[in-house]
Design a protein around this ligand. Structure first.
Ligand SMILES: [Ca+2]
Length: 191
């Protein structure tokens, strides 16, 4: 009888140990979930979220012409925006309904005549179109091929409603024709 009782006690202790281990495992799992960070912010192309795009100089056929300004943000690297009378005050502006944070962009050169490519420019941002913050400043840039996409990144932790791509000089100078196939604006994961 004593042996039988002892076996029962051993069995109970064994069961209790199994329960403790299982309970311990559950708690460990819960703790692991608690330590997980929130979903990471992913990179996002915000070009199409813009509610409006304006340009200081438009193609002579209008924004929707075959080489009008809409072609700059149509996500088609084979279509381009072209103007005939560039000047150093030229800019392209994106407007957001709700302020967005941007900190990268890509430019894609057009199909021909590299003298029409942008060479010097700034990326400016504002919430009231009166005060502008300079986010990026590029000089002496050159595309080494036609239909070439180049990416630029900068540091920015603020959200803005207006972003301007202000081009002050072309590879071919400060007047004449300007053209560009695509401008895409990007929000990288928060640094
Ligand atoms: Ca395009």
């Amino acid at each position: 009888m004593k042996i039988y009782k002892l076996t029962n006690i051993k069995a109970l202790v064994f069961l209790a140990l199994i329960m403790a281990v299982l309970t311990g495992c559950d708690k460990k799992k819960e703790r692991v979930y608690e330590l997980l960070p929130p979903d990471p912010e992913t990179e996002k192309d915000l070009t199409e979220l813009a509610i409006n795009m304006t340009v200081s100089i438009e193609n002579s056929g209008g924004a929707n012409a075959g080489e009008g300004s809409r072609k700059l943000i149509d996500n088609d690297l084979d279509s381009k925006f072209l103007i005939f009378s560039f000047d150093p005050t030229f800019y392209i502006q994106l407007e957001y309904d709700i302020a967005e944070r941007l900190d990268a962009y890509t430019l894609t050169s057009a199909n021909d005549a590299d003298g029409r490519d942008p060479k010097n420019w700034k990326i400016l941002a504002s919430n009231d179109k009166a005060t502008w913050t300079e986010l990026d400043n590029q000089t002496n840039q050159a595309f080494d091929a036609r239909r070439k996409t180049v990416r630029y990144e900068f540091t920015n932790s603020e959200k803005f409603k207006y972003y301007r791509f202000a081009i002050s000089e072309l590879k071919g100078g400060t007047s004449g024709l300007f053209q560009l196939a695509e401008w895409r604006v990007i929000r990288r994961p928060q640094q």
